[in-house]
Design a protein around this ligand. Structure first.
Ligand code: NDP
Length: 352
């Protein structure tokens, strides 16, 4: 399917951490953006924040993404869709609190695009690296699936681990999207591409006035610099601006128009519109080590390579989308500068 170089992009959940950066990136690249929010109050900050883009930025209210036809109006007249809206928290009791909106939101927006998205050419779905992670040897790549979390939730239900419940929601939503494409590909004039970033970190531009309002991943970074939690834990990370740029590049890059789910499940050539974004393994001590000296330093030098989670293979994102990546130093410095500007953290020198 040919790429889109201009036009209007629908960004669902526009008020979220990742989505607000996506909106900013699309607007800066000359696209118009229609964002969805759950209610008008959630759109207030966005209206102010993107006011300088005039009528290139508009908002629509989609009160319940799980309702049938929720996106029927929102998809009309747009050239591409970035579907980011999905719950990301680790406090669900019932796994369906996460998987319900994740799956129904994803299938719902695809169904609306099938019926009313005559102008749509590309749909980018913000999946996650947690839909990929699996305990195999060697670097994880786009052909891996986190079937373990799905199994854990199927077996244990509400007793499954909170992280497994979130992973389960992302696997089911992403798989649902590929299945939808398998089923309806002859009826639609668009293709699907999926982004699989791990823990997303960086400065925030969405509506947050106190640290406790931060979204799940940004709060983890804030906690690393302000509390005495364990620094040896970690995972893989991605820079939030890089993730925004990945959404833009995915819209602007020629990609194979139809990729069957079987090709996503099993290496069949490299024609898969699924992209790991970022993916460098880290421990929280690595983040502290990357900070300028006047911030919390934890236990410098305490991490050796055997303690650091493995990197994911993001080479497809570089080869196909042309992604390059912001360093851990730049990411940490920009995030700390953001905290400082907000008065959330003081460098040691300034507080002495
Ligand atoms: P945020 O919590 O900041 O934003 C989530 C967005 O989804 C908000 O607009 C939120 O709306 C909306 N949303 C959440 N639950 C529902 C629901 N039940 N019904 C309707 N809308 C809902 O999260 P992020 O920006 O971090 O996440 C955005 C996307 O990126 C998600 O799909 C997430 O899975 C994915 N992702 C995030 C990563 C990260 O580390 N942050 C890593 C990999 C993927 P509202 O504000 O009204 O609740």
């Amino acid at each position: 399917m040919p790429s889109i170089q201009s036009g209007k992009v629908l960004v669902s959940g526009a008020n979220g951490f990742v989505a607000t950066w996506c909106v900013q990136t699309f607007l800066d690249a000359g696209f118009s953006v229609r964002g969805t929010v759950r209610n008008a109050i959630k759109g207030k900050h966005l209206k102010r924040f993107f006011a300088s883009y005039g009528d290139k930025f508009e908002l629509v209210v989609v009160p319940d993404i799980t309702a049938p036809g929720a996106f029927d109006e929102a998809v009309q007249g747009v050239d591409a869709i970035a579907h980011t809206a999905s719950p990301f928290h680790l406090a669900a009791d019932d796994p369906a609190d996460l998987s319900g909106p994740a799956v129904q939101g994803t299938i719902g927006i695809l169904e609306s695009a099938r019926k009313y998205g005559q102008t749509v050419k590309r749909i980018v779905i913000t999946s996650s690296a947690v839909a990929v992670t699996t305990p195999k040897d060697g670097p994880l790549d786009e052909y891996d699936w986190n079937n373990g979390a799905v199994q854990a939730v199927a077996n244990k239900g509400a007793d499954a681990g909170n992280f497994d419940k979130y992973c389960n929601s992302k696997v089911l939503a992403e798989r649902g999207a590929w299945e939808f494409l398998d089923k309806h590909r002859t009826e639609v004039g668009w293709d699907i591409a999926v982004l699989n970033p791990p823990l997303i970190l960086g400065p925030v531009i969405h509506d947050v006035s106190t640290p406790d309002q931060l979204n799940t991943s940004a709060k983890m970074m804030f906690n690393a610099f302000t509390t005495e939690g364990p620094t040896t834990h970690g995972g893989q990370w991605a820079n939030v601006k890089d993730v925004g740029r990945a959404h833009l590049l995915t819209v602007m890059t020629d990609l194979p128009s139809y990729v069957p789910l079987s090709a996503v499940n099993k290496k069949e050539g490299r024609n898969v519109n699924r992209f790991i974004i970022g993916g460098q393994g880290f421990t929280w001590q690595d983040m502290l080590d990357a900070a300028p000296t006047q911030y919390k330093k934890g236990f410098p030098g305490s991490i050796n390579t055997t303690m650091r989670p493995r990197d994911m293979d993001n080479s497809r994102s570089q080869e196909v989308l042309g992604m390059d990546y912001t360093s851990i130093h730049e990411t940490v410095e920009e995030t700390l500068a953001d905290y400082e500007r907000r008065g959330w953290i003081k460098p040691f020198a300034a507080s002495a």
